[in-house]
Design a protein around this ligand. Sequence first.
Ligand code: COA
Length: 164
Amino acid sequence: MEIIPYNREFKRENFDCGKKPLNNYILRNATKDVKSGACTCFVILSDTDQVIGYYTLSAESIPKKDAPDKLQKKIKYEYIPVILLGRLAIDKNEFGNGYGKLLLIDSLKKCLEVTKNQIGAVAVIVDPIDGEAIAFYAKYGFTMLPTSGRMFMSMNKIELAFKE
Ligand SMILES: CC(C)(COP(=O)(O)OP(=O)(O)OC[C@H]1O[C@@H](n2cnc3c(N)ncnc32)[C@H](O)[C@@H]1OP(=O)(O)O)[C@@H](O)C(=O)NCCC(=O)NCCS
C-alpha cells in the first residue's frame, strides 16, 4: 500500500474515523495547512482514490519543564526541539486492517531520517485525542509527558526500535 503526499484533488468527503475534529481536519483544513507549510500530510488511498488514512507532521518545540526528567538533565536549552505527529486517522471501514500501524511506522521512519541526516529533534510527540488514542500510542511505546497531556517517544528509542 503506497503512502503519498496529500493533494487537494483526493476524494475525502466521506472520510469518517469516528472523531469529528479529525474528519473535519482532512476535509477542511489540510489543504491550507499543507499550502502554508504548517505541516506535511501523507495519505493512503483506496482503489477508488478515496482517502482511507492520513497523518500530519510538523516542527515543534516543548518547554524543557514539560519534558521527561531524564531529558531535562541532558538538554541545556529552555525549549526542546521535537517533531509533532499532529494527527493520525483511519477510516472506520478500514479499522483493524493494519493501516494505523503502517502510517505510524511510516511517520516515525520519516522523523528518524530527517533527524539523523538533516534537522535535529530529540523526540516525536503526539496529541492524543482521547483515551483510545492514548492506548494506541502507548502500545507502540509512547509515554505520557508529565504536564501537557501529550505523549513522547525519544529519537533514540525510535532508532532502537527500527534496529530490532
Ligand atoms: C487509532 C487508529 C489510528 C488505529 O488504526 P487501525 O488501522 O484500526 O489500527 P491497526 O489495524 O493498524 O492496528 C494495529 C494494532 O493496534 C491495535 N489497536 C488499534 N486501535 C487501538 C487502540 N485504540 N488501543 C490500543 N490498541 C489499538 C490493534 O489491535 C493492532 O494490534 P495487533 O497488531 O497487536 O493486532 C484508528 O482506530 C483511528 O483512526 N481512530 C480514530 C482517530 C484516532 O483516535 N487517532 C489517534 C490519534 S489522535
